[in-house]
Design a protein around this ligand. Structure first.
Ligand code: ADP
Ligand code: ADP
Ligand code: ZN
Length: 214
């Protein structure tokens, strides 16, 4: 099964993708994570995208489609979770073509509905374990007092993203509404869209996604 998790920054896509990876042996394809890796390892592409990401603008379609193409040609395990991709209509079309070339189908697009005021609070409180990527939140899922990650059991650094500040978030939200939100209509018209309430507690959202995929 191949699915898209669709929603604005902070909607909870990464948090929910981790459950699907664990329970369904799916492969999470987060273009944001791939771009951050390229940036951290200092590749040519990483240098090009660094400023764009810091501002909260979208990276070119060509770059992210290239990243996804590479992954689709590899191991497919229990299917792919597209997290943060596609973000434009051109990316959505390209994904359809790439899946077709691989003889794969898109089985569902899960739209995570949240309201904008919740996003600022969520994102400015977000951190992730440098060891395993577990997502924490100062308000709703605080880093354990002993500094040991509940997921991997190690005391690694808990990282905050450079673009998780109010200014960059404003720009990321603008990009979302201008370029990504049209995908909701696009996938609705295709008959693939399932919407869940992303404002509910994490385990309730998880249940709603499980229902949507069953
Ligand atoms: P969030 O988790 O807040 O939704 P991501 O980690 O998915 O954010 O993305 C971080 C940044 O990486 C984006 O602001 C954008 O600059 C870039 N990016 C990630 N995915 C894409 C994409 N599919 N198309 C264009 N830019 C992307
Ligand atoms: P995205 O990948 O869509 O940008 P994340 O999964 O990183 O979003 O979640 C953003 C922040 O919100 C994180 O700090 C996470 O712990 C928190 N969060 C995720 N889902 C929920 C939820 N249902 N209720 C409250 N906080 C949540
Ligand atoms: Zn960890």
């Amino acid at each position: 099964m191949n699915i898209i998790l669709l929603g604005p920054p902070g909607a909870g896509k990464g948090t929910q993708a981790r459950f699907l990876v664990e329970e369904r042996n799916m492969i999470q394809l987060s273009t944001g994570d791939m771009l951050r890796e390229a940036k951290d390892s200092g590749t040519e592409m990483g240098k090009i995208v660094a400023d764009v990401m810091a501002r909260g603008d979208l990276v070119t379609d060509e770059i992210v489609i290239g990243l996804i193409r590479e992954k689709l040609e590899g191991d497919k395990a229990g299917g792919f979770i597209f997290d943060g991709f596609p973000r434009t209509l051109a990316q959505a079309d390209a994904l359809g073509d790439l899946l077709k070339e691989e003889g794969e189908t898109l089985d569902a697009v899960v739209e995570m509905q949240v309201d904008d005021t919740a996003l600022v609070a969520r994102i400015t409180a977000r951190s992730t374990c440098a060891g395993c990527g577990e997502v924490y939140n100062d308000n709703t899922k605080p880093i354990p007092a002993d500094g040991v990650c509940t997921s991997c059991g190690e005391a690694k650094e808990f990282k905050r993203r450079a673009d998780d500040n109010e200014d960059s978030l404003k720009q990321r939200l603008m990009e979302y509404y201008k370029k990504t939100s049209p995908l909701i209509g696009y996938y609705y018209a295709k008959g693939d869209l399932k919407s869940v309430d992303g404002l509910a507690d994490i385990d309730v959202v998880k249940g709603a996604i499980d229902n949507a995929l069953s």
